[in-house]
Each structure stands twice: as C-alpha cells, then as structure tokens.
Design a protein around this ligand. Structure first.
Ligand SMILES: CCCCCCCCCCCCCCCC(=O)SCCNC(=O)CCNC(=O)[C@H](O)C(C)(C)COP(=O)(O)OP(=O)(O)OC[C@H]1O[C@@H](n2cnc3c(N)ncnc32)[C@H](O)[C@@H]1OP(=O)(O)O
Length: 155
C-alpha cells in the first residue's frame, strides 16, 4: 500500500505509542488504512512475540487491536466530520475499553490481517469492532471503545 496510513498523520509529539508511534523504534508501528467502509492493517509477528513455540502471544494481538482501534476511531471521526485526516484541530482518541476474544490459536510465520468496522461514531466516543485473521482463520476478535483524548494527556 502506498498511501499514507492514519498513524502517519499523528503529530510527532504524539507518535511515541508502543503500538502505533512512528517515533518508537522498539514499538509495533502498526499502519492502518481505509478499505471501503472498513479499516485494515497487517502485522508480521517476530520471534519475540511468541507465546508457546509456533503461536503468537495474546498480548501482542490485544495491542494490535488496541492501536488499530484508536487509529480507526480518529479516521472515522474525521470522516464523519467531513474533514481531511490530520487537519486541525486534531481529533485524537485514546482507549477507554479494550475487549478481546481469542478464538483460535494464532500461528507464527503468517501475516496477521486486521479488519475494523466502525460500529458507533459519536463526537466524543467511537466504537470499533476488529477481527484478526491468519489466512482464512479468524483467530481473535476485539472491540475498542475509543474516547476523545483528555486535555491532560496532551503535552
Ligand atoms: C488520524 C489523525 C490523527 C490525529 C492525532 C491522533 C493522535 C492520537 C494519539 C493516539 C495515541 C495512541 C493511543 C493508543 C491507545 C492507547 O494505549 S491510549 C492509553 C490507554 N488509555 C488511557 O490512558 C485512557 C485513560 N482514561 C481516560 O483518560 C478517561 O477515562 C477517558 C477514557 C478519556 C474517558 O473520559 P471520561 O471523561 O470519563 O469520558 P466520558 O465523557 O464520561 O464518557 C464518554 C463516553 O465514553 C464512555 N466511556 C468512558 N469510559 C469508558 C470505559 N472505561 N469503558 C466503556 N465506555 C467508557 C462513556 O460511557 C461515554 O459514552 P456515551 O454515554 O457517550 O455513549
């Protein structure tokens, strides 16, 4: 994919997140995009993301859902407002609630595909439902309730 990801619009001073910050060399640097009305992201787990040999650590999967969810929430809020991604004033969202169901063992060595659906989009709250698939298998599903970032979290 050659277009800019949602996370590429985050300002540098808010790009340190372990899951999605471009400025976090040790983080996952997840990249999310629109695919029609849904949002998508991909991730290739590394050996250090192992739970049991051959299988991916659930905390990593939760982290991917978390950051694909908050990125999708921001993008959905911009879309609902009819605004360009990244335009000021910024529409920033953080995780209020993260719920994950692990449906099947997630194999190492495959690209994980995340697909998000915007279930609810209000001015202050966006709900995103996400699946994580390896090949044809949906290994996990999750829901992110994202809420406008409080002023106290901005520097
Ligand atoms: C694309 C362009 C980019 C632009 C630029 C973006 C930069 C963007 C940087 C992002 C960076 C990465 C982000 C990664 C994801 C994290 O890891 S974020 C870190 C983890 N999260 C936190 O630390 C958040 C800590 N919690 C809080 O600050 C506050 O509790 C919250 C979540 C902001 C909520 O504030 P609040 O004032 O209590 O919210 P409130 O007005 O009462 O509720 C609003 C709505 O949310 C619901 N709600 C509130 N809390 C909860 C909860 N815990 N459970 C369920 N629902 C809740 C309420 O029920 C209410 O719903 P409705 O009645 O409207 O339907």
């Amino acid at each position: 994919m050659s277009e800019k990801a949602f996370q590429d619009y985050y300002p540098a001073d808010l790009s340190h997140c372990y899951g999605c910050g471009n400025n976090n060399a040790h983080g996952h640097q997840i990249k999310s995009f629109w695919d029609g009305e849904e949002t998508v992201a991909e991730f290739n787990p590394l050996p250090e993301h192992t739970a049991i040999p051959g299988f991916v650590y659930g905390g990593l999967i939760a982290s991917l859902i978390d950051c694909h969810g908050t990125g999708s929430a921001s993008a959905a809020a911009y879309k609902a407002a009819g605004r360009e991604l990244g335009s000021e004033p910024a529409l920033r969202f953080v995780t209020a609630n993260l719920n994950v169901d692990f449906l099947a063992p997630t194999p190492m060595g495959q690209t994980l595909k995340l697909r998000g659906t915007i279930t609810e989009c209000k001015e202050k709250k966006v709900v995103v439902d996400i699946t994580v698939s390896a090949g044809e298998t949906v290994c996990a599903k999750g829901r992110v309730i994202a809420v406008k970032m409080p002023a106290s979290m901005a520097s």
